[in-house]
Each structure stands twice: as C-alpha cells, then as structure tokens.
Write a protein that binds this ligand. Sequence first.
Ligand SMILES: Cc1ncc(COP(=O)(O)O)c(C=O)c1O
Length: 330
Amino acid sequence: MRDHNGIQRILEAPFVPLGKWPTPISAISRSNGVDVLVKRDDLSGHGRGGVKTRKIEHLVGHMLEKGYGSLVTPVGNVTNLVHDILPVLRRFDIAWDIVVADVPPLPLGERRRMFGGLGSNVRLIGPGHIEAAGALAGAYHRSRRAGRRPFFAPPSLAHPAAVIAAARGFLEMVGQVEAMGVPPLQTVFITAASGTAFAGFVLAENLLRQQGHRPIHVVGVQVYPGPARRWIHGLVRWTEHYLSVSDRVPSGRIDLRTTRIYREFGRYPTDLVELCTSVKDETGLKLDPVFGGKTWSIMESCLAQGRSNGSVLYWHCGYTPDWEVVPAAR
Ligand SMILES: Cc1ncc(COP(=O)(O)O)c(C=O)c1O
C-alpha cells in the first residue's frame, strides 16, 4: 500500500519553536574545483547553532505533549547538546539529569571547566558503559521518586521525535533547492554521529520518492567507530512504526561510509585540522575535525572520483568549539 500521509505526519509533529527556519543554503566553490551547496544549519539561530536545534525543538515538543516532566540522557565530553538544551528545559519547567561520560578522556580540571557551571544535575562520570548504565538508571529512579515522569533519550537524542525533526529539515531543503534554479539535487552528505539526522533524511527521501520525486542519494558519514549501521537501521524502522508509515526505506539504501579517519568518539587525525582551516580560509565555513570535517573530507574524496551530473549538498550540522581541548590522534 502506498502511504501518502507520512509527510503530512512529519509536518504535523509537535515542536516548540526555537530556531530561525529555513536556514539558508550557500553555493560554495573551492580552488580545488569542489563546487557544492551548503545547508547552513550552523546558522539555526539557537544556542551554538546546528541541526541539534531541530532535534531539541521536536524532542521537547514530544515531551510536553506526552506529559514528561524530566529528561534523562547521556552525553560525551565533546557536546553542544547539553549547553543548548538546558535553557529550553528550564523555560518549559522540565527537570533534567544529564550524565557526562568521560569520552574522549579528558583531565578532570578540563571537564570541570566545561561542565562545572551547569549545576549538580549534570553529572561527570568515568568512561565505562556499565557506570553510565548505572548512573542513568539512578537518575531515572531519582526523577520518579521526585514525582516527575522521566523521559530517557538515547545519546544525541536518538528518538523518533528527533528523527522526524531532521526529516522535516530535509523537506525544507528540497523545496529550497528546487526554488534556486540549480541542477537537480543528486547527492546529500550528512555527518552521522548517532545517525539520528541521517535516519531522518533517508526517511524523508523515501517518502518523497513515493510521491514521484526523483531519487536523491543520501550519504551518511560515520564519525566514530561502533555498530552505527545496525543502530541507524533500527532508528529508521522505529520512526516508520511511530509514524505508521507503510513504505519502508529499503535497507540497502542506507549508505553509511566509514574510512581510516574514524577513530574513537571525539578523536581526529591532524590532516583534518588542516582541511578545516583551508575550508575556513577559502569559504568562511567553520568546520570542526571531530564531526563535520570528516564528512567534508569524504565528500571531497567522492567528488574527486568522478563528475556529478546534478547538485551536491553538504549539510552543515554545526560547529563544536570544544574539539580544541581534545588532542589530535597520532
Ligand atoms: C556538530 C554536529 N554534527 C553532526 C550532528 C549529527 O548528529 P547525529 O548523527 O547524532 O544526528 C550533530 C548533532 O546533532 C552535531 O551537533
């Protein structure tokens, strides 16, 4: 059965308005011949900026609609999420208990400098999964005892509400590109940390195809090792179920790239710093080597392998300033 309501359901999902939409699209040219469109979610206009604004809008909208009174979630040491979401939770009277795992590992003094001012409900723990699970379970029960209905969000808000937020962003972008009068959009490159934004893109792209739109190749770039492919697959299926969408994204279409530059979370090789500096000097775009620089690098390698017939778009997910406190991997 063809499902034409999926897009409608995405557009009707609850959210709290925080960002300035639509974010602009810039045409960027480099001296090495790279010519791409850039979706400027770094200019989302909330907090530190980034695709995260979309996710926060929809996740908080979902929590308010369902009557949740507190957020329990883990983050790593290199994060914009915790800084950007706390003012929103405060504004909507939602409590929080956020657990900061020591990944990538940093000296305690540095971590205190980064997170110390955020209050006692942002807790610093060690790097282990077992300690994180224990801390999160403790936070969940504390919240229940305090009479607040807790909502557990996986890392990077990897929940259907956030996938839907990204899907909505993808629909916004497709409309903008069509209005620009450039060659039809052929490929979109997106950073995949948890893969939440990427999952939203493949979902929206599939729904557009069902409505007769020409295919758009969505490439996700994995920025640290781990079972991302299986996780993203699950996230897509979970969101399809959540939206009651009957036309599922074929598994083979989930194109996630991995190369030698992916090390543990938050790490990066030094040549990526040089690439980010060169992109900044030539185009004014600020990329960090922990997330977006890796995606840019993969995009340039793909473009070097062959000419593209249509437009190529790099999705600027945001800039994470804390990357500078993490030493480069050798
Ligand atoms: C800088 C940056 N890059 C990429 C992403 C995409 O992350 P994810 O794959 O977890 O959706 C985010 C977070 O939303 C981000 O802040």
